[in-house]
Design a protein around this ligand. Structure first.
Ligand code: FAD
Length: 305
């Protein structure tokens, strides 16, 4: 635990309760690819007020804050993360009002898609296999098979850098391909409202089944990964470029370019973050040399060496 003093530590504990604060929590247990060192202070708030108060304490004491959702887009280095890590795994409530789904940031996107089906609401079928949380999906503007969060998100509730609760229209997030301006505003998403359309159970179910079959056929779901490693470059597909460089099966340490989908790097044998990073750089260099295309990372690499 590397926070400055015991009083500060006590202040945080008083805000969230001893059962919601963990020291030196191993982050590999919170990421999809099973990588990551320790978090100084890992906090699982149970209400929005706690988040506001902690942000204020952090701001007054210069403590960095990092947010982790399901860790399905994150590579965390072995040195771990300094400061406070928020996890919203205890904020998973989902309500349905008319054609709106109001989900707390820790809710799983897959559960949201299932609830939309139950209520015969259409628009979020694309999300049925994306293993992120609502917060992570908003941050990333997650999408698949022609749909994305931008199509269905109407508003969000965030805690801003000053610790205030603010409602924002989705347009204010400037959602674009795997981008939201939250990376710049440093807002913390705590709730999202998706506005869907009334549909028909059989049609929605058929669409979700079709997408699930496609996903199972094409993606190496049998191994830990963090989904597509690179963004789609203009006019190309990153997977195809990597495949055409003959890199499928190429391995550094325990990280391997998937033989099933070249856009994925899979953890085949206790990979380290450095294995992943070295492999990402090797792929970028190889694709640049052969096709003169720059592959931009979609995965987020954070933490200390
Ligand atoms: P994390 O990985 O935990 O975090 C991602 C980023 O979001 C981090 O910068 C984090 O700080 C930030 N963040 C998380 N929560 C919040 C919050 N509440 N407030 C502010 N910032 C926050 N993605 C797609 O778009 N389409 C796909 O089809 C797809 N398929 C995938 C398949 C597999 C097998 C895997 C492993 C991943 C796939 N992904 C896909 C990637 C991933 O699931 C999405 O990007 C997802 O939206 C990330 O959500 P998360 O909760 O895991 O976020």
């Amino acid at each position: 635990m590397r926070l400055k003093n015991q009083d500060l530590y006590q202040t945080l504990e008083n805000i969230v309760g001893i059962e919601n604060i963990y020291f030196d929590e191993l982050l590999k247990n919170h990421t999809y690819i099973k990588l990551g060192g320790k978090a100084d202070v890992f906090i699982t708030p149970t209400n929005y007020q706690q988040i506001c108060e902690i942000v204020k304490v952090a701001r007054n004491n210069d403590i960095p804050i990092t947010i982790i959702g399901n860790g399905s887009k994150l590579i965390i280095r072995e040195g771990g993360i300094r400061g406070i890590i928020f996890s919203f795994k205890k904020l998973k409530n989902i309500d349905v009002i008319d054609t709106n789904i109001i989900a707390q940031s820790g809710a799983d996107l897959i559960t949201v898609a299932d609830i939309a089906l139950e209520h015969e609401l259409t628009g979020v079928e694309f999300a049925c296999g994306i293993p992120g949380t609502i917060g992570g999906a908003v941050f990333m503007n997650a999408g698949a098979y022609g749909g994305e969060m931008k199509d269905v998100l109407s508003s969000v509730l965030v805690v801003d850098v000053n610790g205030n609760l603010v409602k924002k229209d989705a347009k204010e997030l400037k959602l674009d391909y795997r981008y939201s301006n939250i990376s710049e505003t440093k807002d913390i998403v705590i709730e999202a409202t998706l506005t869907l359309k009334k549909g028909n159970y059989e049609d929605i179910k058929a669409k979700m089944d079709e997408l699930t079959i496609k996903r199972n056929e094409r993606q190496p779901l049998e191994y830990p990964s963090c989904g597509s490693v690179f963004k789609r470059p203009n006019g190309y597909y990153s997977g195809k470029l990597i495949q055409d460089c003959g890199l499928q099966g190429y391995r550094i340490g325990g990280a391997e370019v998937s033989k099933k989908h070249a856009g994925f790097i899979v953890n085949v044998n206790n990979a380290t973050a450095n294995d992943y990073i070295a492999l990402i750089e090797h792929i970028q260099r190889t694709v640049k040399a052969k096709f003169n295309v720059d592959l931009e990372q979609e995965v987020k690499i954070i933490g200390e060496d």
